[in-house]
Design a protein around this ligand. Structure first.
Ligand SMILES: Cc1cc2nc3c(=O)[nH]c(=O)nc-3n(C[C@H](O)[C@H](O)[C@H](O)COP(=O)(O)OP(=O)(O)OC[C@H]3O[C@@H](n4cnc5c(N)ncnc54)[C@H](O)[C@@H]3O)c2cc1C
Length: 356
């Protein structure tokens, strides 16, 4: 059985960040990814501007133009429950806009060049022991393999198998996100912005519209078993877009549902850390999780390096991610206690920010 300092399960932004950090600190690292590189992932593809600096710090490379979307940059535009009349673009705010599959593939390439052994099409299926940990995996071909690691990082997303295997599932909750891609956005009043819409009868959290070239992606987040269900909520949202933004609803190109974590932080246990969505670190109001995944991945790598020097792994990790974990939990509280009045006030404050 091959032995590693660290096995990372999942090669999304969080897993790549954890793996690169561990490798740069001199550790032998294996990264397991159940899919092919460039596998499709439902995602809006928007990144707050600061993310590029974080990426450059951790991955030592700038975001290349080949991973950028069309357009490459977006503004941020909020629409309150009262509708378009009191909506507007947030001043001096810009967002990077990436193609998610290309972005993730780029991170995997950097991770492999940093000395991490990357096994794609290899799914972790079971865990055994704590120190060392044995990870059993299955390749797409059907071949079964096992690896031994001193430390394990669960970076395997919202329905993390690592989290489930460690019986840490009870606090994990999620929002279902429904997305539809529509054609002909040029006929509507929707410009090059990430549009955030807030109305409680559609979503407890958020609805969004994002241009994709001449098409437009719309989405909304709902609680499991909520009425309206994801696609009924999307129908309501679409009607709002038709009424307020001349949205052209003649041709839908695609629809899908996925999930995001909703208001928990589960750091891990024993010699295993959870990062990114697996840990619950995703903004429950906006669905932004790529940056939080990258930051928590780096924190996990640093914590493992400190643990090798005798520090307490979990304590160090929890301290490192305290800021983002608190933000997630505070925003969750805001989301679950919001009324349309408080959503209206939230948008008003965001739009007047910076106006003296
Ligand atoms: C519809 C939608 C739109 C979104 N839009 C945005 C956005 O615009 N901007 C933003 O910042 N965030 C967005 N998010 C959130 C963002 O996608 C996640 O927060 C982010 O991907 C978390 O990164 P991660 O590395 O933790 O997990 P993931 O990106 O989910 O990566 C986990 C990886 O692990 C792999 N994996 C799972 N199980 C195993 C296993 N057993 N063995 C091996 N590999 C495994 C999976 O295939 C997956 O590739 C969106 C989410 C959704 C659902």
């Amino acid at each position: 059985m091959q032995k590693y300092d660290v096995v990372v399960v999942g090669a999304g932004p969080a897993g790549c960040s954890a793996a690169v950090t561990c490798a740069s600190l001199g550790m032998e690292v294996l990264l397991l990814y159940r899919k092919k590189k460039e596998a499709r992932k439902p995602c809006g593809g928007v990144l707050p501007w600061i993310t590029t600096e974080i990426i450059e710090d951790i991955f030592d490379e700038a975001l290349p133009s080949r991973v950028m979307n069309n357009p490459q940059e977006l503004g941020l535009y909020y629409v309150p429950p009262s509708g378009r009349n009191e909506s507007g673009r947030v001043r001096n705010y810009r967002i990077h806009y990436i193609v998610r599959e290309k972005f993730d593939a780029w991170l995997i390439d950097i991770t492999a060049s940093a000395g991490v052994e990357v096994l794609t099409e290899t799914r972790a299926i079971a865990l055994e022991g704590n120190s060392p940990i044995t990870v059993h995996a299955k390749r797409h071909s059907g071949e079964e393999m096992s690896f031994q690691a001193e430390y394990l990082v669960g970076a395997d997303g919202v329905s993390s198998m690592v989290r489930r295997s460690l019986s840490l599932e009870s606090a994990a909750d999620f929002l279902i996100v429904g997305q539809q891609l529509w054609s002909n956005r040029r006929h509507s009043d929707l410009e090059d912005n990430f549009y955030g819409f807030f109305r409680g009868d559609i979503s407890i959290a958020y609805s969004y519209a994002i241009p994709k070239g001449d098409d437009i992606l719309i989405g909304t987040g709902v609680r499991p078993r909520q009425t309206p269900h994801a696609f009924d909520a999307l129908d309501r949202f679409k009607e709002w877009l038709v009424d307020d933004f001349n949205f052209d609803d003649s041709t839908m190109l695609k629809k899908e549902t996925w999930a995001i974590p909703f208001g928990y932080f589960i750091p891990g246990t024993g010699n295993t850390l959870l990062v990114g969505d697996a840990a619950g670190l995703c903004n429950p109001l906006s669905g932004e999780g790529i940056r939080l995944g990258i930051e928590s991945g780096e924190a996990a790598g640093s914590a493992i390096s400190k643990a090798k020097e005798g520090n307490d792994l979990l304590q160090y990790y929890i301290r490192e991610v305290d800021g983002i974990a608190r933000m997630v939990l505070d925003l969750h509280k805001f989301v679950v206690t919001s009324t349309d009045e408080s959503r209206q006030e939230f948008v008003r404050q965001e739009l007047t920010r910076g106006i003296i």
